[in-house]
Design a protein around this ligand. Sequence first.
Ligand SMILES: *Cc1c(COP(=O)(O)O)cnc(C)c1O
Length: 419
Amino acid sequence: MKYNKTKEFALEQDEKDPLKGYREQFHIPLQDNGEECLYFCGNSLGLQPKKTGEYVNQELEDWAKLGVEGHFHAQNPWMPYHEFLTDSFSRIAGAKKEEVVAMNTLTANLHLMMVSFYRPNKSRYKIVIEADAFPSDIYAVSSQIQFHGFDIASSLIKLKPRAGEVAVRTEDIETLMEQEGDAIALIMLGGVNYYTGQVFDMAAITDMAHKKDIVVGFDLAHAAGNILLNLHEWGVDFAVWCTYKYLNSGPGSVAGCFVHEKHHKSNLPRFAGWWGHNKENRFKMPTDYEPIHTAEGWQLSNPPILSLAAIRASLSIFDEVGMEQLTAKSKQLSAYFSYLLGTIETDRIEIITPDQRGCQLSIRVKDSNKELYDFITKRGVVADWREPDVIRIAPVPLYNSFIDLHQFYKILEEAVSSV
Ligand SMILES: *Cc1c(COP(=O)(O)O)cnc(C)c1O
């Protein structure tokens, strides 16, 4: 594609965009002056679909009308409500229906997964994670290491890019496994690193890890609803994701979890709760626990229906559009954006996101000068600043446009020469 930096070019691209109508389906936050913000924070909190209110209100009304009977007689009965998300989740994760479940929150699911899948012994006890992983993930894996009586310093391997590089190379992960594989119990990476936006080669990593009998899990917080996933085919052991980022389900909403079918009938240890018990006789209140032989067997509690309703509202849009169309537009947006940034004549900013990416581009500000970020914020840009020196921008294909990027580029161009 031949780009140019005129406003007309951006408008033309928007005109041609098959997904252009979807922006209308979202509430776009407004600036103080009443104009729409340039919202690029869908990687942190996705925008609210306009239909979310309807979905949530349906459950509030049924609760008001039916009380406890809503478990069976609500328009969308609450007892099996989480199952209404299964089809959509399986498409987003590239998984079988039996392999996905909506439950808890991301970090809670990560712990539950490690209860089953991090089983260290004297010779094999290490966990591999990205050096710049999301702090919650580092806390979670570190606390699991300690919980099992191991020492963090000698048990946690933090993957770093080579000096002068920003992305971790797959071949370096392979070398690590060749050198230390026998001592590694679990590799747990962000499928898309939250900071750099790097997409890991999950298929290759899973493959090489399994050759060394290493369990593989991915945190897909920045991947679900952003890139094409094929967890079943790749043979990933487990994965977890939240739904309030690219999946637009609202703050703190219920998370997703994937457990590969090869583990469904295993006798892996797990922390159990009644919602993971065989549905046939759950309400006979038996004292002996009998797990469901699907990912649902890892559930603990009956889930928050209002949150699931919000997720359903958003997933109905994903079902309509499909991840192929979505990622096709995402690639166009990020390529165009990368082109625009490249035309700004300055050495103060640099894109650190490699070509293996989803929609997010991370821009390093060379002098760590946060005034640049403050400047764009004052001009109506909603992005985020990550210490020490990165502005993350996520042009989301469902509601961001080419003209959004063009406007942002104009503001940034002004910013680098004025602050
Ligand atoms: C957003 C995010 C989280 C957040 O965890 P919660 O349990 O949902 O609060 C964790 N890990 C990663 C990689 C994230 O991007």
